[in-house]
Design a protein. Structure first.
Length: 161
């Protein structure tokens, strides 16, 4: 694993997010398109990729996946896929782009909650950065496991505390 400083990836991630948001908001008018992941959190180090949350009504989930596939996104191998969640990726941008298509009201809306908790607490961002730094040069599987545990712990923190 290798992590980049915010100034080395956040400007381009923000621009690509805006380009994608503008492109897809007209094609999927009922979608809630949000910038999530480390690139959406000031001061957060990252692998340098972009994560986008696409919240849609449950009835629009499958069609939304088709729309993204028609525009060069592919279902991300090795990820959970349900009627409420589908992760896609695209390699046609300057950085890796992952899209999480999520049904409204599902447990997978945690992507937004996690982002918001980090944005609200710089100490959590520092802790998350320290976790990432500790996995520099270590296997991605071990990092993902530790990251999942961190996310679960952060999501248990009551808002405002």
């Amino acid at each position: 694993m290798r992590f980049l400083h915010p100034q080395d990836y956040q400007p381009i991630a923000g621009k690509i997010f805006e380009d994608i948001r503008q492109k897809f908001e007209t094609m999927i008018p009922n979608a809630n398109i949000q910038h999530v992941g480390s690139s959406a959190v000031d001061g957060s180090i990252s692998k340098g990729d972009l994560d986008i949350f696409i919240g849609v009504p449950r009835d629009d989930h499958a069609e939304t996946i088709r729309v993204f596939e028609q525009h060069g996104f592919k279902i991300k191998k090795g990820t959970l896929r349900t009627e409420e969640l589908c992760m896609l990726e695209a390699e046609c941008y300057q950085i890796d782009v992952a899209v999480q298509i999520v049904a409204f009201g599902s447990k997978f809306e945690f992507f937004l909650e996690f982002r918001d908790k980090l944005r609200a607490d710089s100490k959590l961002v520092q802790e998350y950065n320290a976790l990432k730094r500790s996995f520099q040069g270590v296997s991605p599987d071990k990092y993902r496991e530790a990251k999942s545990q961190f996310i679960e712990r952060v999501l248990l923190i009551k808002s405002g505390h």
